[in-house]
Design a protein around this ligand. Structure first.
Ligand code: NAD
Ligand code: UGA
Length: 468
């Protein structure tokens, strides 16, 4: 028996829940979709009249919200009633790394997932397909199943449940494209009927041969494995960028040479300041935890190295800046171009900029930070209040300041550090920038994006990742 899906509820209106449900609503006009969140502030922004105030920036998202919101896409804090009504519920809550207790610093904190499962257990009224959208450790579906099954005994309703794993592979900044044209849709589950119900939804816009079905545990692990492989490529190219600088090779040439091998491919081998984003680090930590849990110490150590290189890359950049600026940056002015963890997003979670800025401030530098999408409020959260002594971060010699454009940020600085590959940084007017910088002036381009010739011809010293 296929269950006909008329109402979907998504618990969690974040970077995944919001865009994923928006695209689903656009593709499936006959399904009513309610995205719920227990953070009223977030829901308020999803419902704001001015689409510029949506809680996340994602190219292409505004027009879908304009088209579907209020028709078949709704954002609300009413978790209870929307669970009651739903034929299918997506769990898209956050799964951060545990901060304390057993597995602290490695294992995923499943508090929010468990809370969502308990809400479904309590308020579910009929047969409901529960879909894991969040990234979860292997066998989490077991936990959810136990919570839901025990609810049948406790609550006097006739709810029954099927559980599916349907991990999300979207990359921020490209989420709408990724959701419209996914490389694959992965569905893990035990019930053929439930799998078919979810598959039928995706078939509205995804070709059948892109839909992969597996058992629950393979699906859960495949998500962690995909992120680990991607992160490993970034750490691999970053490790070689250091070797290039030391040996006189050029990472852009090496990248081209290896990327033309069809087995390696040219995607995801751009050197940079290290990978950021909310997931790579937490998912690899989780993988390491799982490997240790199953007694696979060598496997855990192997993946742990991907993270070590990532941390080292950030420290390496700070040290290079320090050395090039004559071994002291105390009281020097440094402009930071780009703070988000990648371009086309306002997300700063685990952004390499956070650690690099902290390190520079601790060395006494005065930073002027510019990012086209990151707000001063966010910088305050990430760097602490802009005082020389922040309550949480302790005393520091340096400082930071928010600026609203790159030219203002560069004024009076000794150096510019490019940390995010925003398009506008590719087209900077180096003549105008160089006249307002202190001499000798430096540009540290960790993303290899600037117009090298123009910057050089205006008397700026340049350091480029992997070229030295
Ligand atoms: P997020 O923090 O942006 O959003 C999660 C939302 O869930 C928050 O708004 C929070 O208030 C809400 N929430 C938590 N517990 C709740 C509850 N009990 N009831 C109602 N709402 C609740 O997180 P995200 O970036 O959207 O990530 C969600 C999951 O998707 C994570 O497991 C992540 O690993 C995975 N993922 C993220 C991305 C990405 O690009 N960000 C991509 C693929 C997968
Ligand atoms: C990543 C994956 O690409 C998604 O498939 C996955 O769904 C998501 O994580 C998740 O689970 O959260 P995301 O973190 O949004 O997506 O962005 P990516 O494009 O993967 O970039 C991650 C980091 O790697 C960024 O800091 C980026 O600058 C860096 N990167 C990426 C490089 O330094 N070089 C590259 O060649 C590619």
């Amino acid at each position: 028996m296929n269950f006909s899906i008329k109402k979907i509820c998504c618990i969690g209106a974040g970077y995944v829940g919001g865009p994923t449900m928006a695209v689903l609503a656009e593709k499936c006009e006959n399904i009513q979709i309610n995205v719920v969140d227990n953070n009223p502030e977030r829901i308020k922004f999803w419902n704001s009249d001015d689409l510029k105030n949506l809680p996340i920036y994602e190219p292409g998202l505004e027009s879908i919200i304009a088209k579907c919101r209020g028709k078949n896409l709704h954002f609300s804090t009413d978790v209870e009633n929307n669970i009651k009504d739903a034929d299918m519920i997506f769990i898209s809550v956050n799964t951060p790394t545990k901060k304390g207790g057993i597995g602290a610093g490695q294992a995923s904190d499943l508090t929010f997932v468990e809370a969502a499962a308990r809400l479904i257990a309590k308020h579910g009224q009929k047969h409901t397909i529960v879909v894991e959208k969040s990234t979860l450790p292997i066998r989490t579906a077991d936990t959810i199943k136990q919570i839901l099954t025990s609810a049948n005994q406790k609550y006097p309703n006739s709810a029954t449940f099927d559980i599916l794993s349907n991990p999300e592979f979207l990359a921020e900044g490209n989420a709408i494209n990724d959701l419209n044209n996914p490389d694959r849709i992965l569905i893990g589950g035990e019930s053929e009927d439930a799998i078919t119900s979810l598959k039928n939804i995706y078939l509205n816009w995804v070709h059948e041969n892109k839909i992969i079905t597996t058992n629950l545990w393979s699906s859960e692990l495949s998500k962690l494995a995909a992120n680990a492989f991607l992160a490993q490529r970034v750490s691999s190219i970053n490790s070689l960028s250091a070797l290039c600088e030391a040996s006189g090779a050029d990472i852009s040439e090496v990248k081209k040479a290896i990327g033309t091998d069809s087995r390696i491919g040219n995607k995801f081998i751009s050197p940079g300041p290290g990978f950021g984003g909310s997931c790579f680090k937490k998912d690899i930590l989780n993988l390491v935890y799982l490997c240790n849990f199953y007694g696979l110490r060598e496997v855990a150590e192997y993946w742990g190295k991907v993270l070590e290189i990532n941390t080292w890359q950030k420290q390496r950049i700070t040290e290079i800046i320090f050395q090039k600026l004559f071994g002291t940056i105390t009281c020097k002015n440094i402009a930071i171009f780009g703070f988000s963890f990648k371009s086309n997003t306002n997300d700063t979670r685990e952004s390499p900029a956070i650690e690099i800025c902290h390190q520079l401030i601790n060395e006494g530098a005065n930073l002027k930070i510019y990012d086209p999408r990151v707000s001063i409020k966010q910088l305050e959260k990430d760097l602490g209040l802009n005082t020389k002594h922040d309550k949480e971060l302790g005393p520091s010699n340096g400082s930071w300041k928010f600026t609203t454009d790159s030219y203002k940020a560069a004024e009076g600085t000794d150096a510019i550090v490019i940390l995010t590959e925003w398009e506008e940084f590719k087209h900077l007017d180096w003549k105008s920038i160089s006249t307002n910088m202190r001499s000798p002036s430096w540009v540290f381009d960790t993303r290899s994006i600037i117009n090298f010739k123009e910057a050089k011809s205006n008397g700026i010293n340049i350091w480029i990742m992997g070229r030295g």
